[in-house]
Design a protein around this ligand. Structure first.
Ligand code: GLN
Length: 497
């Protein structure tokens, strides 16, 4: 049962030498073998390499390693297929990268390794992180562990499902418009997007560079604080990473949230919000009040424009970032009579439909004549959106919202309708546009009446948004809420489909 433990539970047992890192790694590998045929969170993993890393961790533990210096020693952690790990395949779940193998470690990977983590497995995602359901992967479709007829969310669907199904102890994902928080909410785990600049993106394949951040998926809030502390910090190799000291995030978990001021944005109580989601979020707000927080309404008047602004800025940046996949520098190539034809053949065959849609949209909004009408205007509205948040944070310490408008939807339900898919991100996108930190944690369940082979209930996520570099406040609030509610202890019962 070691695969079911949290980081803090596992490291406590490792430190007392009650269990070995090899046993913990083996338990996760066994769980992958048992359930991943149904869940399909992993694209690939290398059991022999994972066990060798675990053995190395056991050696350090036997030699008296210091867990305060290496807080992830012996902990099995899996990564979204968008993060570079030296000598491992890196595909972004796209065909265009072919048999590309990463020549170096991402900075977050260097930091995880220094903290003693056992890094195993590549996790499924929407191709180049474009999507909200993981159905845009070129490789496979991940299923929600609570109901395998439903999506796990996206784009980091593999990262969320793997943690929810106890196939790893924690994972990393990336969040450009909600790709950590939305799948975390739909799979019933904790997911956190740090402040823009908090975590280095060196070695993260870029989607939209002014929005992308890396963050953790964990089974509880304490673990999120532990992983965040490890991966945060300035990195000269990412010019957007901010040279600000990293707090001891785990020390923020005091349990005391008395006097913290919470804001409820009136613009978020929109039509289309599922009544069970609304009920759970209202109850969570009442609960936070009972713990001593105060609640007031705030206004984010430009919220209406979030989705439009995001899909202009994100596609514009994606069209530029993805220009590098040309058949010359990385991965796959489809030959042609001349270089131009070769580029076209390679990109035509290598990119999936959603990625092509975004490149075309992005190229259009950047093209001469349309740049001012779309891109420049979107940048201006983005500034207004950020100002709305900063103004709200003059009155409150954190903003509370649902993470998603509905619980997990069915496979195929929105994949034919890009606009419906884009609208499933309405509550998460503002956070990226504003560059602020956001966290999603479980806050209850919706009934799953037509459950088929699934569980009778589906997880609901509560989103907490904070000031720039306000991660400690978010973690403190989330921890106090979690520790006084039962949700995070619930596990899906995994049925074979
Ligand atoms: N669902 C959003 C999109 O499709 C967000 C993706 C992300 O955060 N990577 O762009």
């Amino acid at each position: 049962m070691l695969h079911r433990l949290t980081i803090s539970e596992l490291t406590a047992r490792l430190a007392r030498r009650e269990v070995s890192a090899r046993d913990a790694m083996q338990a996760c590998l066994d769980q992958v073998a048992r359930v991943d045929g149904d869940i399909k969170a992993f694209i690939s993993h290398n059991p022999a390499d994972a066990l060798a890393q675990a053995d190395a961790a056991d050696k350090s533990i036997a030699a008296g390693a210091d867990f305060s210096a290496q807080p992830l020693l012996g902990v099995p952690i899996a990564l979204k297929d968008v993060l570079a790990v030296k000598d491992q395949p890196l595909n972004c779940c796209s065909k265009i990268l072919g048999s590309f193998v990463s020549p170096y470690d991402a900075t977050v990977v260097t930091r995880l390794k220094a903290a003693g983590a056992v890094i195993f497995g590549r996790l499924n995602m929407d191709e180049f992180a474009m999507g909200s359901s993981t159905e845009n992967s070129a490789f496979q479709t991940t299923r929600n562990p609570w109901d395998t007829s439903r999506i796990p969310g996206g784009s980091s669907g593999g990262s969320a499902a793997a943690v929810a199904a106890d196939e790893c102890i924690a994972s990393l994902g990336s969040d450009t418009g909600g790709s950590i928080r939305q799948p975390a909410a739909l799979c019933g785990v904790v997911g956190m997007k740090p402040t823009y600049g908090r975590v280095s993106r060196y070695g993260l394949v870029a989607f939209a560079s002014s929005l992308d951040q890396i963050g953790p998926f964990t089974k509880d809030v304490r673990d999120a604080a532990t992983v965040l502390e490890v991966i945060s910090g300035h990195d000269p190799r990412d010019a957007t990473s901010i040279p600000q000291p990293v707090p001891r995030y785990t020390q923020a978990l005091t349990g005391d949230i008395r006097g913290l001021r919470l804001g409820l944005p009136k613009e978020f109580m929109v039509g289309g919000l599922d009544p069970e989601v609304k009920r759970a979020v209202d109850a969570a707000v009442t609960h936070l009040q009972s713990l001593g927080a105060t609640v007031q309404e705030v206004s984010l008047p430009h919220t209406d424009h979030d989705v439009a602004v995001y899909y202009i800025i994100a596609t514009a940046e994606a069209s530029a970032n993805l220009a590098r996949f040309d058949g010359v520098r990385y991965g796959a190539r489809v030959e042609g009579a001349d270089p131009l034809e070769m580029y076209g053949n390679t990109r035509g065959a290598g990119f999936g439909a959603e990625v092509k849609r975004r490149i075309i949209l992005g190229t259009y909004v950047l093209s001469s004549g349309y740049y001012d009408a779309y891109y420049l205007r979107a940048q201006k509205v983005r500034t207004l959106i950020r100002q709305d948040y900063l103004r709200a944070f003059e009155q409150v310490d954190a903003i509370v919202t649902p993470t998603t408008p509905t619980p997990a939807f069915r496979l195929g339900e929105k994949s034919g309708d890009p606009l419906q898919m884009y609208l499933s991100d309405i509550f998460t996108i503002g956070c990226n546009l504003a560059g602020i930190p956001g966290l999603s944690l479980p806050c209850g369940f919706a009934s799953n009446a037509e459950r088929g082979t699934g569980n009778a209930k589906l997880p609901i996520g509560l989103q907490l948004l904070g000031k720039p570099f306000g991660e400690e406040t978010l973690l403190r609030l989330a921890h106090a809420y979690e520790q006084s509610t039962p949700w995070h202890r619930e596990k899906p019962s995994l049925h074979a489909s």
